[in-house]
Design a protein around this ligand. Sequence first.
Ligand code: ADP
Length: 503
Amino acid sequence: MNIVFVASEGVPFAKTGGLADVAGALPRAVADLGHEAALFIPCYRKVWDQGPELVGTGVPLRVPVGAATISGHVFESRIPGSDVPVYLVDQPRYFDRDGFYGHLGHDFEDNCERFVFFQRAVLEAVSALGLRPDVFHCNDWQTGLIPLYLQTLYKDAPGLAGAGSLFTIHNLAYQGLFWHWDVPLTGLSWDYFNHTSLEFHGKLSFMKAGLIHADFLSTVSPTYAEEIQTQRQGAGLDGILRERRADLRGIVNGIDVGSWSPMREPMIAKPYDVETVATGKAACKAWLQEHAGLPVRPDVPLFAQIGRLDPQKGWDLLADVADGLLGLDVQLVVLGTGHPKYHDLLEGLAKRYPDKVWAHLGFSDALAHQIEAGADVFLMPSLFEPCGLNQLYSLAHGTVPVVHATGGLVDTVVDLTPATLADGAATGFVFREPTPAALWEALARVLDAWRDRNAWSKLVHAGMSTDWSWDRSARKYVEVYREIARRKRPHLAQEGAKAAASA
Ligand code: ADP
């Protein structure tokens, strides 16, 4: 199979969240299974500042955006440690900015135009480069028009005829909604601006376009795949998702063990594995406490949180229990940026509890690894969580996750009960209701287990022994790609099956 991935970010070139980790790892995992893969992302300013070296492809872009024709360039690099090409779509007017999607909490006003350009540029470039994909694997709203473009403006473009599309929802809450007067920017006829295609409550919706027009849909955990079909969590799109449930899969993300394994992270104080976690984590914890200016004490449980400071991540629950928790003998380290009200909350806590709380309000990949390695407990009380990566990184680091029973969190963490502890299945703490009382009760259970060194060690070992490497998820994606190819190109799929049978 030949798969072209399209995403709005990808490590190590550009990252704001989990999508980047997926886009930087899944194409390589698919290539490792013997398929051809390539990744397209925008060439943001950050890519030039910190990404790997880029070379020009010489493919000139001339992309229609509304009435204008916008030129651009395609640069090429590789996913590190692989031969998987990464193509970076460059047009400084759209991407030479500090933010990817906005600035100081506000979306860029020309996001529709920017991502129309990106999506059409990808299709033009794939055609010009002669990549001939079987499937375009599109991710989130920034790529939602591609499935429709493949059926309309690009259906006869060289090398694109017959290509299928998979649209993966990483977070249904971000939909790419624009006012209706942006429709002409897309180059699509007004005929598509109706409730069976692009229109969502009078607005232009890129997410809805992907959900309706892609050949197949997926999201990043089985539980989230169910949740988004409910009115409560469907963000207004649950009806469409219910209609398409036969074409919707939930596939849990993997973790890139090359970069998220405590044996292979050059930035942590001491490498460790499941055999050496006691001494390794002790060294990493002492380093983190010192770095954070907190008392260096092995006996105190060190809680951590890393991520976007957003209501989704359960910050209001954490705010409610913070004083209760910090009244106890604990420490808390937070790394994140986002909503100003949570910046204020964390700055306030750090001031009130200088010996217990340290908050780094910024983005630092190195620190994310150092915190995962040094902390004892990872707090992830997300109100909803499509998959979540930090709980997986925590399991890999022997950092025990405390999670709300939602989405990928409930699919990946096994709650500690007497039974799960006895049979070695328990890997963390799961609480059912997103209420301060339920979180508080889970935290009390954490502290009880912390005092029982035997129980704690069992939890740590069980978490570190779980396998969330990408291989398993990549195989599931390949099954989906095959299904799409079977539908789009039945003759080719039959030949492929014959070749596989005779091999
Ligand atoms: P989401 O994609 O909703 O933001 P995930 O848990 O799926 O949440 O993934 C978040 C990813 O972004 C993780 O790799 C996490 O370490 C990283 N991350 C988030 N905020 C920061 C930050 N401030 N500094 C470094 N890494 C961060």
